[in-house]
Design a protein around this ligand. Structure first.
Ligand code: 5GP
Length: 139
């Protein structure tokens, strides 16, 4: 399977579709998921093309995980989270819907289940969560 330059996350990286960015560096981009499965649900992606973990380079994977760790630590502060769930799906059979490598980073609290998938979030709440994460990253 090859990389499709017109996938939604490629369009976000090119600025053709808006996104609520919380962090970026030379190699990675982190932004809010529009269908959050938990308050503060962030997606971390490489800036360079990779369909998923199966075709990504070791450097892309390492860069993404460094950003995942940075964002996760900020989430503990931003939401008083007790833990973090990290999800990453590969190919349709593996649950992947957008074919640009991405990690789901989900702040978790004891006894609180994830929201069901496929439900659009409230844009104001998503923006408020992004503000909290950005503030924690700057601290
Ligand atoms: P996956 O491919 O791992 O199943 O999930 C893709 C994720 O991308 C879903 O959690 C979905 O909510 C999110 N998503 C799909 N389209 C957009 C979009 O246009 N903007 C943002 N921020 N997230 C999106």
């Amino acid at each position: 399977m090859s990389y499709d330059n017109d996938n939604i996350f490629a369009k976000i990286l090119r600025g053709e579709i808006p996104s609520e960015m919380v962090y970026q560096d030379a190699d990675t981009f982190a932004f809010m998921d529009i269908m959050p499965r938990a308050e503060g649900h962030v997606l971390v992606i490489p800036k360079s093309p990779a369909r998923n973990m199966l075709d990504a380079s070791p450097e892309q994977l390492a860069a993404c995980l460094a950003t995942v760790q940075k964002v996760s630590q900020a989430m503990l502060k931003a939401f008083g989270a007790a833990g973090i769930t990290l999800q990453q799906f590969n190919e349709a059979a593996g649950g992947q819907e957008v074919f640009h490598l991405h990690y789901h980073v989900l702040p978790r609290h004891e006894g609180i289940r994830l929201n069901p998938p496929g439900v659009m979030g409230d844009q104001d709440l998503i923006k408020a969560s992004a503000d909290k994460i950005r503030t924690a990253l700057q601290a």
